[in-house]
Design a protein around this ligand. Structure first.
Ligand code: ZN
Length: 490
């Protein structure tokens, strides 16, 4: 069977054609209308900066350009396409101080527009100062040379190391460190200084001037010196100068303390050694004999004391320490009203005249012995050999010096003007007697004898009788007696 294909009817064909035509006409009309509308709408681009036009940024701060937004808009119709973004052509560098411009170029309707954004990169962060601590045990002090800067470091976020620009100023009790960066940001830190930086003062005990009587020795009353922390520095003080206590005059002492820089603290003291004023010499109205006996006591001293006691005659004993067995005679002589005086402990010329110090040492030993035996000291003495001796010439000038020095200290020395010569040419009692009575012609007669010579002691009673019969009085020596000083020969 032949399949017969059914043809669409003519009427149906027309129906489709009409539909297509009306659709075409409709769409065209809509497009034309839209086109007309769009032309009338005046579509164009609008653009604006996102974010601020003037932006202030800290140095190094991250910055993301927000860009420029571009919208296509009409007068009537809204934008129906996504807005565009345009970014600046430059990449901002926030590690560069100053103002940077970001430019945006926008093309619209055949024209080119330019927008600018200003970025100001600033540094408002101050530098930092870091102080090196003072190491333990190295606290600065005047003694160490004052303040020694232990160091510091200054850094800045922009300028880097600013250590060289730090100004460190010492202000009273602190160091003030100041630094500024290029942008004028400043930093200041302080370091408090420890006590003890001021130069210490040497305080002299007893003051800067001292007046002391001439004496065997003198002891410096000392000084105090401490640093600001109270540390005693006196062991570091050097003292220049010397006071010779037995020689009158002015002495200057200089006390010095030096620090590590060679700076000095100095104190000065003037010590005036003043001579002890001598008593005025009293010459008795009556003719007077002063019997004096040197170099004892010895085996004949008790006998001599008996003779003197019998006549109630007071004499003077210039004693030595050479015969220990007879020292009780010293006590007896003192108790019986005689003058016990210093001659020498050793009577060794080469020892005692070697120096002033040696003389004084011997002298004081004798004084101490006398004090021990009598309970008192004496201010009366006789130089071994007398002040005119020449045996001391091995030490030139020693007698001249001692003859000034000892009276300055308040001691009275006695020579003689009547020599019994019992240590020289005389060897018998008669000779001694005649030498003495032949020599007594002055108002004040200071007779030299030695009670270690028996023949000399044996002459004493006859001398006393002669004196009393011839109108003399017998007296012991004291500080006001006539000294009968010889001329000095050394
Ligand atoms: Zn003598």
């Amino acid at each position: 069977m032949k399949k017969i294909k059914e043809k669409p009817s003519k009427r149906k064909k027309n129906q489709w054609a009409r539909l297509f035509l009306s659709l075409f006409v409709g769409l065209s009309a809509a497009a034309i209308t839209l086109l007309i509308l769009m032309l009338l709408d005046g579509r164009h681009k609008e653009f604006f900066l996102l974010g601020e036009e003037h932006v202030r940024l800290e140095y190094g701060e991250d910055y993301t350009d927000p860009g420029v937004e571009i919208l296509t808009v009409g007068r009537l119709l809204p934008s129906f396409i996504e807005p565009e973004r345009v970014y600046a052509r430059q990449t901002p560098d926030t590690r560069r101080l100053g103002t940077q411009e970001l430019e945006y170029l926008i093309a619209s309707n055949g024209k080119e527009y330019r927008l600018t954004r200003y970025l100001e990169i600033v540094d408002s962060v101050p530098p930092q100062i870091e102080l090196t601590p003072i190491p333990d045990g190295e606290e600065p002090s005047w003694l160490r040379g004052g303040y020694i800067e232990p160091g510091y470091r200054a850094t800045d976020n922009v300028d880097g190391d600013l250590t060289a620009s730090v100004a460190a100023a010492l202000e009273n009790d602190r160091v003030v460190y100041t630094v500024a960066d290029r942008s004028g940001n400043t930093a200041q830190v302080e370091r408090l200084l420890p006590a003890g930086l001021d130069a210490p003062v040497i305080e002299l005990v007893g003051g800067e001037t001292l007046r002391v009587p001439s004496a065997m020795s003198w002891e410096d009353p000392g000084f105090h010196v401490t640093d600001g922390k109270g540390t005693d520095l006196s062991a570091l003080v050097t003292v220049e100068g010397e006071v010779i206590a037995y020689r009158s005059g002015d002495y200057e002492l200089v006390y010095r303390l030096e620090n590590a820089l060679g700076e000095e603290v100095v104190a000065r003291r003037t010590v005036t050694v003043e001579p002890v004023r001598q008593s005025d010499t009293v010459i008795p109205d009556q003719k007077t004999i002063y019997l004096t006996f040197d170099d004892g006591p010895g085996p004949y001293t008790d006998w001599l004391l008996d003779v003197l006691a019998r006549y109630n005659v007071k004499a003077t004993f210039f004693v030595t320490g050479n015969q220990k067995d007879y020292r009780d005679c010293i006590t007896r002589a003192h108790e019986e009203g005689h003058t016990v005086a210093v001659h020498s402990m050793t009577h060794n010329y080469y020892g005692i005249y070697a120096s002033e110090e040696a003389f004084l040492e011997d002298f004081m030993a004798c004084e101490d012995m006398i004090h021990e035996l009598t309970g008192s000291y004496t201010n009366v003495f006789r130089f071994p050999g007398g002040s005119s001796n020449t045996v001391s010439r091995f030490n030139p000038g020693i007698m001249s010096r001692l003859a000034t020095m000892m009276p300055d200290m308040g001691y009275y020395y006695f020579d003689w003007n009547v020599d019994s010569n019992d240590a020289g040419g005389a060897s018998s009692s008669d000779e001694v007697y005649w030498n003495v009575v032949g020599g007594c012609s002055h108002g004040a007669n200071v007779v030299l004898q030695h009670d270690i010579k028996d023949f000399s002691v044996a002459a004493v009673e006859r001398i006393i009788i002669w004196g009393l019969n011839n109108g003399y009085q017998f007296l012991p020596l004291d500080g006001s007696s006539y000294g009968a000083h010889h001329g000095l020969n050394n």
